[in-house]
Write a protein that binds this ligand. Structure first.
Ligand SMILES: *Cc1c(COP(=O)(O)O)cnc(C)c1O
Length: 446
């Protein structure tokens, strides 16, 4: 009876949890319910298929398997080897890559592994500044990457677009050993070919971090960095709609010799992942990555990715039409950035007021921001979740309308405090509830 073994196991787990730990079971059930009943417009999240969680909840999580397929430090790994090889093959197919490492525990780990595989502490890395939309792991002083390496920041220009001539000038002046191209809060396409030309000119490695846009890259909705960058990294839980984890990919440079003249870049990377940075990989997560990467290569996913972009464009257009200050005037990807200070609000106030009405977004620092990361002058919205629920252009117009109804009636008292009209809150909450009922999360509702 192997055909029902997974179902019985998962069901048993839930039964025991309810029986023995109702407190925790109740919290998890409430969180599930919250997701069903809120309009999540968080650019850094998505909604994983229930089959992803089935992989995460399977018994393969018991396995300890240091090493790589067919070179493990423990016995009992032959099925795990098949699963890891499947994940690797699917990653290569999904992205047209020549090499894939599916073991990184997160996007941050993936970046540390790439940087640590090539450079020694004190080497120079150049990444997009946090305020311009870069990520902590690209050389922020708050991160290992900024403390153990000499970090140089490039920034977006006055118009909030990447200025490649400026990036080139800075690279020529500072001669970094590695350049990171990629962002957490940048609504426009990134020209990885241009970055590679700059990297080649100064003799730097290029790391493309596509954590936010990996779904668009896989679906052909964004230029692929695979053969432009030496390394490409991504989180797997954002636009790949997969489990929490990371992925490293390489294209045509995978067999390039590294600076020691003996080992190739991919060999260096292999050793940096294990044993330099990590120990045993998370096999249930790798199984879930295999599932997500399998889904990413299908026609329905291509359609979803197209809708993600179309939805974000529509949202940007509708918010702009209502007088909001949309950074760069629009978007090429899933993300819409607002200068909410232009509307007389702080990011934290806007975020809280919207959440009271069932709309979840996140405050975000924006270029030139003078407020702290916990207050901010910006708001970041994303369409991954709403597109997965089947919402489309028409619903984005409703979303913009609801957002505007809340934000235009907020009375901000100081940077963190405000009042919101009770009538507006009730009305918008009811609309949100209606939308969520009309567009349920597939497979989540009982
Ligand atoms: C989210 C993000 C990461 C970090 O991923 P985690 O899996 O959360 O560690 C790295 N780079 C960029 C650009 C990101 O947006």
């Amino acid at each position: 009876m192997t055909e029902r073994i997974l179902e019985d196991f998962l069901q048993k787990g839930v039964e025991v949890l309810r029986e023995e730990d109702p407190l925790l079971e109740g919290l998890l059930a409430r969180e599930h319910q919250r997701q069903l009943n809120t309009l999540t417009l968080v650019a850094a999240s998505s909604i994983a298929d229930p089959s992803i969680f089935a992989c995460l909840g399977s018994a393969i999580g018991n396995l300890t398997t240091e090493g790589y397929p067919s070179r493990r430090f423990h016995g009992g790994c032959s099925i795990a080897d098949e699963i890891e090889c499947l994940a690797i093959e699917r990653a290569k197919i999904a992205f047209g890559a020549r090499y894939a490492n599916v073991q990184p525990h997160s996007g941050t780990s993936a970046n540390q592994i790439v940087i640590g595989s090539l450079l020694s502490p004190g080497a120079r890395i150049m990444g997009l500044g946090l305020n311009s939309g870069g990520h902590l792991s690209h050389g922020s002083p708050a991160s290992l990457t900024g403390q153990w390496f000499e970090a140089i920041e490039y920034h977006v220009g006055q118009d909030n677009w990447l200025d490649y001539d400026e990036v080139r000038r800075l690279a020529l002046r500072t001669r970094p050993d590695l350049i990171v191209a990629g962002a957490s809060a940048y609504p426009r396409s990134i020209d990885f070919a241009r970055f590679r030309a700059i990297a080649d000119e100064v003799g730097a490695y290029l790391l493309a971090d596509i954590s936010h846009i990996s779904g668009l890259v896989a679906a052909g909705e964004h230029q692929s960095p695979i053969d432009h960058a030496h390394f490409t990294t991504t989180s797997t839980y954002k636009q790949l709609y997969g489990p929490r984890g990371g992925l490293i990919l390489m294209g045509k440079d995978h067999e390039q010799l590294s600076s020691d003249g003996r080992t190739t870049l991919s060999q260096r990377l292999q050793k940096a992942t294990f044993p330099f940075f990590q120990g045993t990989p998370s096999l249930n997560t790798i199984a879930a990555k295999a599932r997500a990467l399998g889904m990413v290569a299908t026609p329905p996913f291509k359609l979803l990715a197209r809708r993600v972009v179309e939805n974000a464009r529509a949202l940007a257009r509708e918010l702009k039409a209502r007088g909001y200050d949309v950074l760069t005037g629009g978007t090429d990807n899933h993300m819409v950035l607002l200068n909410i200070a232009s509307s007389g609000l702080t990011g934290i106030v806007a975020e809280r007021a919207l959440e009271e009405c069932g709309i979840v977004v996140n405050k975000n620092r924006i270029p030139g921001d003078t407020r702290s990361a916990l207050v901010t002058s910006g708001l970041r919205l994303g369409s991954n979740g709403v597109a997965a629920r089947g919402m489309y252009i028409e619903e984005m117009s409703i979303c913009a309308e609801l957002i505007d109804r809340v934000l235009s009636s907020v009375q901000q008292l100081d940077e963190r405090h405000y009042t919101l009209d009770e009538h507006i809150r009730a009305e918008v909450s009811a609309h949100v509830q209606e939308l969520c009922t009309q567009f349920p999360i597939s497979g989540y509702a009982g």
